[in-house]
Design a protein around this ligand. Structure first.
Ligand code: ADP
Length: 259
């Protein structure tokens, strides 16, 4: 368990919703662009509910075997090693499948029986079915970046979860998050937030992903530790967004004027 509560700034009704999902053991899907507080929220909820959290960052190679477990050879023996999902099912942990749509399709298949009334996990390699511990809960995140090359989640999978949208917080909340997370002054926080919202509105730049709260927090941390402000914004906010030289130049010019 983490010693002190992770800092999480409430944005809406997400805590109430999650607590009721927890009471009813309904799987939860957190939707939204990267860096909008989804992981922080689930860390906070696990702390609040006093439950152990296992986080799996899914990528295109993540398979059901990675989650469920595998046989390994130890000396002359072959032994079975539970994966994190099996562990969570048996011990009653919260498992967070971050970016679930990125994982291989067999991952989605493997969680099906856990996401309905059965609440059980079938392990074909063992020929066994495990009933989930009463505290087991499944949470996943998904980045709905339609038409931008992100993978989709099938409607039949989505309908196994209740879902909440996460987005960039409003200016006041985002400034508070920046002050808390990076210890910058209110003035700097407001300027960083203004830069964030300005770039987010520049849809004509065609950026795949725009400025997240995470990037602004990083800029704040660099500024707080003494790196010049413009350089901090350049490396933490502008450079991560694009490699297009003209767009970089335009964004650097713009942000230089704002801080
Ligand atoms: P995601 O999981 O959506 O990609 P994270 O939870 O990792 O995003 O958030 C990225 C960073 O943004 C966090 O480390 C934290 O500094 C900050 N952040 C974003 N939203 C919040 C929030 N509501 N409360 C506290 N910190 C936040």
């Amino acid at each position: 368990m983490i010693a002190s509560a992770p800092y999480y700034h409430i944005v809406g009704k997400e805590i109430d919703v999650f607590e009721h999902a927890w009471l009813n053991k309904i799987p939860v899907l957190l939707k939204g662009p990267t860096g909008t507080g989804k992981s922080r929220f689930i860390e906070y909820m696990a702390y609040k509910l006093d439950k152990k959290l296992l986080t799996i960052s899914c990528h295109e190679e993540t398979s059901a075997t990675d989650l469920i477990g595998r046989f390994i050879i130890k000396g002359a023996e072959t032994i079975w090693l539970d994966g994190p999902l099996t562990n969570a099912v048996k011990e009653g942990y919260i498992i967070y499948l971050d970016e679930i749509a990125e994982a291989r399709p067999d991952v989605i298949v493997s969680i099906h029986s856990l996401t309905d009334h059965r609440r059980e996990l079938f392990i074909d390699k063992l020929g066994e079915t495990f009933k989930a511990h009463k505290d087991f809960m499944l949470v996943a995140s998904f980045n709905p970046g339609y038409q931008r090359g992100f993978k989709e989640l099938k409607p039949s999978t989505r309908q196994r979860f209740i879902a909440m949208s996460f987005n960039y917080p409003d200016a006041k909340v985002e400034a508070e998050i920046l002050m808390n997370e990076s210890n910058v002054t209110e003035d700097i926080a407001k300027k960083l937030v203004a830069i964030g919202s300005k770039i987010r509105n520049l849809t004509e730049l065609g950026l795949t992903e725009t400025v997240s709260t995470r990037l602004l927090v990083d800029a704040g941390k660099l500024i707080h530790s003494g790196l010049p402000k413009r350089l901090s914004v350049k490396v933490a906010v502008v450079e991560p967004l694009t490699d297009d030289l003209q767009v970089l130049q335009a964004l650097n010019d713009l942000t230089d004027l704002m801080i």
